[in-house]
Design a protein around this ligand. Sequence first.
Ligand code: DC
Length: 213
Amino acid sequence: MLITIDGPACTGKSSVAEGVAHALGFDHLNTGAMYRAVALLFEREKIAYDDFGRGMACLAAISLHEPGGQVRINSEDVSDQLKNYSQQASLVGEHPHIRAYLISLQRRYAEGRKLVTEGRDQGTVVFPHAQLKVFLTASYESRVIRGRDRFPGWNEAQIIEELRIRDERDAKRKYGALKIPDGVTPLDTTHLNKEQAIAIIIQQYREISKTSH
Ligand code: DC
C-alpha cells in the first residue's frame, strides 16, 4: 500500500507525510533528503553540478537505511546535515541519470512496505500506481511562515524569491517535474494546520480502503 505526497517546498509535506505515516502505522520516505544528500556528496567530492560523469561515478555511496529511510553517504547517517542544500538539491534533480538512480533506490525501498513517500515526482513518475496520491499547495505567504526557521535572518521577500526560483526550476525540468498527478485535486494547506491536513488525508485513505475491499 502506497500513499504519495507531492508538492512544492514549505507546503507542509514532511510534517504531514510523517503524521499520516504515524497515524496509519506506515513507513515514511522523504525523497527530498536523497537529492540533498547527493548535493552534499558533490560538495564533499568537489564535483561541479554539471560534471555528471564524475557525479554518476560516486552515486553508489548513497543508500537508504532503517529507521525511517534514513539517507547515508557510505556508512554515515547525513540526515542532520541536509538543511542548507535546498537549491543545490533542486539543481541535482535536473539530471535524468541521477534521478533514475535515486528512483531505483526509492522503488526498492517501497517493495513490500506500507509507505507514505513524499517529493515532487512520487505520484507521477516513481509510483504512478500508488493507491492514494496527494498534492499539496499553499500561498507564498503561508509557505514563508512554515519555512521561516529554515532561513534565519531572511526577510519575507527574500524567502519568497528563494521559493519562487526553486518552484520554477522544479516545475520546468524535463524529467520528474513537479506536477499535479492526473485526476488529483490539490489540497491547499494555506488555512490548514498540520492536524487538519493529516485528518483530510486519512479520511481519503479510509474512503479508498472501503472501496478497494
Ligand atoms: O522536498 P525538498 O524541499 O527537501 O527537496 C529539495 C529539492 O530536491 C527540490 O527542490 C527538488 C529536488 N527533489 C526532486 O527533484 N525530486 C524529489 N522527489 C524530491 C526532491
